[in-house]
Ligand binder design. Structure first.
Ligand code: MAN
Length: 561
């Protein structure tokens, strides 16, 4: 519907006035679109070049062009969706029936920043100073509304704030540089460690090889030894050992029997004394038959020849026999128990007369022969009953220690190599922050974010910490938020986001998880925590780590290796 002739006249007047001052841009046209409005007599719709209009139809408050390009200074085409800022100055490829060729009404805002305001606010009777500080969007003074130009003061205030913002941004950028430098240092340390580990591993592998052949050689030598009896005793030594044990047993029995004999002997002397006294002192006049018989028996016993029980000479002999080992006269068993000289020892004695090279050659040949004989079951393998020799045990232990150290180095190498491959964000920046934590008191809880590690929650009423997620990956998400005056907000656009998942299980719910969305700030600070669904959290966090990165592509630092 056409509007009143008043508006047409007014708009033409305004167009002419503006054209006179700043030819040839009609009202509401931004510099990017000036090229489309240069014709002096006709205007061609920007997205529909077949439609030509007389100049008078520009800003006549009637939407003639399907893309609204004939009404840059009125709200006549406000029903069309505005052009995305991405297409500024070019012809939009979108649906021409519904999309405007223009991003909005252009406010010059002299003394401040020029801006586009939506066509819907043009001449709506409200001063939109926030976006159009010069009040040019209310040129028709609808309902008597007059919006004075406030750009000077608003611009001044904005400049002040902008200076603060720029200062803060430059501080943040400086801080980021430091963090990146730290990250580089850490990366270099890992790369250096990888190099030294590789060298250590090379050495370790050689050592293991050498120790393996040492062990094989020791085992071979072990196999080539002669069969020996326990403790390395010869047959004679073994016999001496048995004889010694047996004699010791007999000696101990002899000592015991002698003790018992001496006790019996003492008792017999005592009894004979009693009977002798009895015979001397009994009264024969009593005619006691029993007593008389006993006296006769005693006399018969006393008249019999006495066999000597242990005379002194015999006792001396027994003393000599019963002497324990080590005393004079006892057998010196150690003489007989000495290990027998082995055939190899004998061989060595013989070899001592040979020149060294011949001796070595002969020695090796004999050993080889012995091993062949052992391996073919012709000679018995040598395994002492005491287990392995110390030499063999040492060789085995040395090999094991070298293998353990090599395995440990290989494990460390894999860990470090994987670490270098891990995504630590643009410029590896989070490598320097990993493990550092930042917390915030919010509502009932103290929340904590530990970079690339965990997110946690602890009730202020006490109790233990709850893990709200374990770090999984670095991502990007789009956000569209207003930045509060203190600047602590995400704003709009692409933001770095850290995903933390698989935290503690939520009763009647999922395992806890947190999405940490980051925006540039001078220092690390958790701005806001929300529990979007039960046990699904979102943290908004400021950090210098992401300053100036939203428009940068992921670049991996070059591998130093
Ligand atoms: C705890 C906290 C809350 C969560 C409930 C779910 O109280 O982890 O954030 O909503 O558990 O039971």
């Amino acid at each position: 519907m056409r509007s009143t002739s008043f508006l047409i006249i007014l708009s033409v007047t305004v167009v002419q006035a503006i054209a006179a001052a700043e030819a040839p841009r009609p009202l509401g046209v931004g510099p990017e679109f000036a090229k489309f409005y240069k014709g002096l007599e006709t205007f061609t719709c920007i997205s529909a070049p077949s439609i030509h209009l007389p100049i008078a139809r520009l800003n006549d408050d009637f939407c003639d062009c399907p893309d609204g390009s004939d009404e840059p200074g009125t709200s006549a085409c406000a029903h069309l969706s505005p052009l995305s800022p991405a297409f500024l100055g070019s012809t939009p490829a979108d649906d021409l029936d519904t999309t405007s060729a223009l991003p909005g009404f252009y406010c010059k805002n002299k003394g401040h920043q020029p801006s586009y305001v939506p066509f819907t606010v043009v001449n709506d009777g409200v001063c939109d100073y926030e976006s159009c500080c010069d009040g040019s969007d209310e040129w028709a003074k609808v309902g008597g509304v007059k919006c004075e130009d406030r750009c000077k003061e608003i611009g001044k205030e904005w400049k002040k704030q902008d200076e603060q913002r720029q200062k803060s941004l430059s501080n943040a950028a400086k801080r980021r540089k430091e963090i990146v430098a730290d990250a580089e240092k850490l990366r270099k340390e890992v790369a250096d460690r990888i190099q030294s580990l590789q060298t250590e591993i090379q050495g370790g592998e050689m050592k293991v090889k050498a120790l393996e052949s040492d062990l094989a050689e020791t085992e071979r030598r072990e196999r080539s030894k002669v069969v020996k009896s326990p403790k390395g005793l010869s047959k004679m030594g073994l016999l001496a050992q048995l004889a010694k044990d047996r004699i010791e047993e007999l000696r101990e029995s002899l000592v015991e029997v002698r003790r018992q004999r001496d006790t019996g002997k003492a008792r017999m002397v005592e009894l004979e004394g009693i009977l002798s006294t009895f015979k001397e002192e009994y009264n024969p006049n009593f005619n006691d038959e029993g007593v008389k018989r006993a006296v006769r028996s005693w006399e018969d016993y006393a008249a019999r020849e006495k066999s000597p029980i242990g005379d002194d000479a015999h006792d001396r002999d027994l003393d000599e026999i019963a002497k324990p080992e080590g005393e004079t006269g006892a057998i010196n068993w150690s003489e007989w128990e000495e290990p027998e000289e082995s055939d190899v020892d004998v061989l060595y004695k013989f070899e001592a007369y040979l020149p060294a090279p011949v001796r070595d050659w002969l020695d090796q040949k004999l050993r080889d022969l012995r091993v062949i004989l052992v391996e073919n079951g012709i000679l018995a393998a040598t395994h002492s009953s005491d287990g392995e020799s110390k030499e063999l045990q040492d060789a085995r232990n040395a090999l094991k220690a070298a293998q353990d150290s090599l395995n440990d180095n290989n494990r460390q190498l894999t860990t470090h190599q994987e670490d270098l491959e891990k995504d630590y964000g643009i410029d590896d920046v989070f490598r320097a922050l990993k493990g550092q934590c930042v917390s915030r008191d919010s509502g009932e809880y103290i929340y904590e974010l530990c970079w690339l590690d965990k997110t946690k929650q602890k009730s202020k009423k006490g109790g233990s910490q709850t893990i709200m997620g374990n770090f999984v990956s670095i991502d990007k998400i789009m956000v569209d938020d207003e930045v509060p005056p203190d600047g602590k907000g995400l704003g709009s656009g692409e933001r770095v986001a850290l995903k933390y998942e698989n935290g503690q299980h939520c009763w009647n719910g999922p395992n806890r998880s947190t999405l940490v969305v980051l925006a540039c700030a001078e220092k690390d600070e958790v701005w806001k925590i929300t529990e979007e669904e039960k046990c699904v959290y979102r943290m908004e966090v400021g950090t210098p780590a992401v300053c100036g990165v939203s428009d940068r592509k992921e670049e991996r630092p070059k591998d130093e290796l």
